[in-house]
Design a protein around this ligand. Structure first.
Ligand SMILES: Cc1cc2nc3c(=O)[nH]c(=O)nc-3n(C[C@H](O)[C@H](O)[C@H](O)COP(=O)(O)O)c2cc1C
Length: 246
């Protein structure tokens, strides 16, 4: 193995940080690392908003379900799918902007943003920081867009909190067996016995991590979490933002 792979395999989300801001140099390095990610057709269709103001962090945290590690942290970044720059350029060049409203362009902006964010996360962990993604901001995308003054052709996707970690007994969370995720040449149907074994492994992981307070397999977690519809305001929000329309 090597240092990069050791860092990737050692990842776990950190939810407890020192109240110590990242330095300007650290921020610049993280943003530079994010921007080095591959980007579809070189469109660079994302923006990153750093939230230094604690009052704004608190507002965002309240929307995200009161996650304290979005307030007490080194920096809170919000990753935004962003086709607004492209819209301005197309208008300037008197090109029809309708193509920006298609599902394809929306997807491109999300993929670009996610790749940049993961680059930032890996860079941060390589520097000894802890990280946690914050999808909770999508509890109310409209309100987040209002707080951040987001223009049309943009959508807030997730937060990324990065800071000096206060570490407990965290361990890397076991992922699905490779047999379930990696398919050779064509899609393979899931083997229920492999899944059952993984459920047992995750049950033991949670049991140990929560001192018996949570004993739940992965399948149970998925059935509980993904069986209910959520964030149904997204469709209207996207319409308002001229995204994912055709
Ligand atoms: C897009 C995205 C959104 C997430 N949102 C949250 C969140 O709002 N709050 C949180 O505590 N963790 C959040 N997570 C972290 C996941 O829960 C975590 O990555 C997953 O359980 C695997 O654990 P690990 O990162 O420790 O390996 C999010 C992760 C991703 C990729």
């Amino acid at each position: 193995m090597n240092q990069t792979i050791d860092a990737l395999l050692g990842h776990y989300s950190v939810r407890n940080f020192e109240d110590k801001a990242l330095t300007e140099e650290e921020l610049a390095l993280l943003i530079k690392s994010a921007q080095a990610a591959s980007t579809s057709s070189f469109v660079q269709a994302y923006s990153i908003i750093g939230i230094t103001d604690k009052k704004i962090r608190e507002q965002i945290s309240a929307i995200a379900g009161n996650q304290p590690y979005t307030v007490q942290t080194g920096q809170l970044f919000i990753f935004v799918a962003d086709l607004a720059r492209h819209q301005a350029i197309l208008e300037e060049h008197q090109v029809d902007t309708a193509a920006l409203e298609t599902s394809e362009k929306w997807l491109v902006s999300i993929i670009d943003a996610a790749l940049a964010a993961q680059n930032m996360a890996v860079a941060a962990e390589s520097l000894g920081f802890g990280i946690c993604f914050i999808g909770g901001i999508r509890n109310d995308v409209g309100q987040i867009a209002g707080i951040l003054d987001l223009p049309p052709y943009t959508m807030p996707l997730f937060g990324l909190t990065i800071g000096h970690p206060i570490i407990g007994k965290e361990k890397a969370k076991p992922r699905l067996p490779q047999d379930l995720v990696y398919h050779e040449n064509a899609y393979q149907k899931m083997n229920p016995a492999t899944l059952a074994k993984y459920d047992e492994q995750i049950k033991n992981y949670y049991d140990e991590r929560t001192a018996g307070k949570r004993v739940e397999g992965w399948s149970e977690q998925i059935a509980r979490g993904l069986g209910r519809k959520s964030r149904l305001d997204l469709k209207d929000f996207l319409q308002k933002q001229h995204l994912n329309q055709k």
